[in-house]
Design a protein around this ligand. Structure first.
Ligand code: SOE
Length: 402
């Protein structure tokens, strides 16, 4: 390791995503041969005592109380943005203009306009060898990476249907507090952007086809929630009782939409049309904790995935005997994406590994002087779908082109 060039990281934010990214920066070089050696150089957060404690816990060498300092520091090569969406554009553009590589959490921004400015900054920076990536971490699930490989290898034939659900239940309790994820000015949207964005990105990435139009419904079931409260996990425990102060929820609790995808040569079918899709994102599906599900039906077979069983991928091959049914691929073999760098066959991975794989792919791209994927342009396309869903929902579900 001592002969490897360092990649000195400055991270902004240290809550859930900050913790996931910290462990990824630490762990990636221990399990993968990286061409650059990540260093956890500085952590930025506004509160001196809190950021100092977080840095000690998560393993960062120094702290800053203003993210602008990270951008000024000469000993920072990459800025990792783990803050709510309202700050992504300003931090990412400033970092790229200062010559720092950027990893930015999803969704890329809170509006298409911001995402466009970020993409322009990313394009200009890439011309100078400064790279950026958006953290659509589910792309790094071995089973979903295998699904993409199988689609590319033609195992499904022409894809007809995309069925994507992202189901959680942490807001089912009407007394869960009003956190930043429920404030449109901070998060941009609710279930739609927080979790639906993952489904949109995964569907477009695996099929290789962009969504071209949508018809949508958005719903906010609980319109007011307790202000403050004990922020445990995602939802936390809100204060209860009569005198609790409540504030307005300004985002969607659930989003559903139907979609058309573009046609392409190999995937267009004889009619020339692309697949049709149904998407659902909610935090009110009681009992579903992180059921990020994707099912694809093609002319030769089907694939099905559920993150609650993340080490498995179900495959139906129409060439098998008619009664063979779906087979379960346990995605832990050395030839499966990412799996060979971890444990012996069958021992399985977890949520945190996605972030480690994200670091591995990002570092390889930077060292190889290649643009990492998903690029800000890929994330801008997702942002356009999010905006089209909102526009359609506002117009009584009228068809909205992306
Ligand atoms: C909360 O809904 C959340 O943490 C998302 O913000 C993440 O992107 C997803 O991976 C898990 O759920």
């Amino acid at each position: 390791m001592e002969h490897t060039t360092p990649l000195r990281v400055g991270m902004v934010g240290y809550a859930f995503m900050g913790a996931a990214h910290s462990q990824a920066w630490r762990t990636a070089p221990r399990f993968f041969d990286l061409p650059l050696e990540p260093r956890l150089t500085a952590l930025a957060g506004r509160n001196q005592a809190a950021v100092t404690a977080a840095a000690a816990k998560l393993g960062w060498d120094s702290v800053e109380t203003d993210w602008r300092r990270l951008i000024e520091r000469e000993d920072i090569d990459l800025v990792d943005i783990c803050t709510p969406g309202d700050t992504h554009a300003e931090i990412a553009i400033a970092a790229l203009e200062a010559g720092k590589h950027v990893l930015c959490e999803k969704p890329l921004a809170n509006s298409v306009e911001e995402a466009e400015r970020m993409t322009a900054a990313a394009d200009a920076a890439a011309a100078r060898g400064v790279y950026s990536m958006c953290g659509f971490s589910y792309r790094r699930t071995p089973a979903l990476a295998l699904a993409k490989r199988m689609v590319e290898d033609g195992r499904l034939g022409t894809i007809r249907h995309v069925r994507a659900q992202y189901l959680q239940d942490w807001l089912s309790d009407a007394n869960a507090p009003l956190t930043w994820r429920l404030d449109k000015s901070k998060s941009g949207s609710g279930s739609l952007g927080d979790i639906g964005a993952h489904s949109i990105d995964a569907a477009q990435w695996i099929t290789g086809l962009n969504i071209t139009g949508v018809s949508a419904l958005l719903e906010t079931f609980v319109k007011e929630r307790p202000v403050g409260g004990d922020f445990v996990g995602l939802g936390g425990h809100g204060a209860t009782g009569g005198d609790v102060q409540r504030g307005p929820v300004t985002v969607d609790d659930a989003a559903i939409f139907s979609a058309r995808f573009e046609a392409n040569g190999s995937n267009g079918g004889s009619s020339g049309g692309g697949p049709i899709g149904v998407f659902e994102a909610t935090r009110f599906a009681l009992g579903r904790k992180n059921a990020m599900r994707l099912e694809l039906n093609g002319t030769k077979g089907s694939l099905a995935f559920d993150f609650e069983d993340m080490n498995s991928l179900s495959f139906y091959d129409a060439a098998d005997e008619p009664d063979a049914g779906f087979r379960r691929i346990f995605v832990t073999e050395p030839e499966h994406p990412y799996a060979g760098n971890w444990w012996p066959t069958g021992h399985g991975l977890g949520y945190e590994h996605l972030f480690t794989h994200q670091v591995v792919d990002l570092v390889a791209a930077i060292a190889g002087n290649r643009r990492p994927s998903p690029s800000f342009a890929d994330a801008l396309q997702v942002q356009k779908v999010l905006a089209a869903v909102e526009a359609s929902a506002e117009a009584d579900s009228r068809w909205q082109k992306v």
